[in-house]
Design a protein around this ligand. Sequence first.
Ligand code: UT7
Length: 330
Amino acid sequence: MKHAAITGIGAYLPERRLTNADLETMVDTSDEWIRTRTGIGERRLAAEGEATSDLAAAAGVAAIADAGLTVDDIDFLVVGTSSPDHVFPSTASLVQAKLGLTCAGVDVMAACTSFVFALHHATVTIEAGRASTVLVIGADALTRHVDFTDRRTCVLFGDGAGAVVLQAADEPGIMGIDLGSDGTGADVLTIPAGGSAMPCTPERVAEGLHHVRMVGSEVFKFAVRAIPETTERALAASGLTSDDVTWLVPHQANQRILDTVADRLGIAHERVVSHIEWVGNTSSASIPLAVHDLYTSGNLRPGDVLALVGFGAGLTWGAAIVRWTKGPVR
Ligand code: UT7
């Protein structure tokens, strides 16, 4: 069996910044509340006319260049997103056309866990010998679905995209992966209207049912339980323990969640990658964006073990243990 390893990484953030001070003029909130309850200082917003596929394509171009490849080398595309450009066609189809890829592409949707699920999809495709070079993108423009009069959600989310190139390798770069879903918790985080269960009507839009609805405290409790559990399972599947983790890269939803799970796993806080202060919760993009930050900071070295851990609506969760095999920033 072949193995899969990361050989390229790229990121894209839209230019427009929305600061906590900006939000203070929009809803009844404060910089102090947002920083102490979430750790967020600012977030990025996709420009007018800039869709998830545009964010994804920009990150994809950067990852392909970083791998030293061209679009012709990519033989499969997986896009993790929960804010697709349209109900259909898939965002992967649009990204494929924007990049000029000739391979097949598919969307994977597991809310904020989408990137980990997408990585799994790409890994097993390579391990099965069905592809040798896969572009995996996590991209979201969730601010398009947020009610900017609802202080409970509008302070949290930001837009962005991160991508990796995964290639067949002799040694495993992607090691153990653990994934999980529990649909009995579907109601705690949802965009109720806009799908087949509840098509958008003027009445439903007036009620705001096309916006993100979240019972934040329930998601918080779920996250601090699920992240350590899924991380431990993925580490066990890799023959490792939390002592072997060089960098814990959790989905960036709340700094208090990151601190709590680090303590529960016995991982020092300085080993936990956090960029939430600058970009907020970028959903499917948050994990590859955080790895990209680490990579460009020069702190990621060949042989380092990363635990990439997602959780989100569904409910869904998942962890992928990665041995970093790539050299320094090109
Ligand atoms: O990507 C995965 C999805 N999301 C998450 O993982 C989020 C997980 N949950 C969280 O991060 C936290 O639950 C939140 C940050 C969303 C909320 O923090 P909390 O400490 O759980 O606050 P809370 O919901 O219990 O609300 C406490 C108070 C409430 O006021 P009252 O009822 O006590 O008077 C809220 O109305 O804080 C109020 N509040 C705010 N105040 C100022 C809620 N949002 C804000 C706000 N500014 N933006």
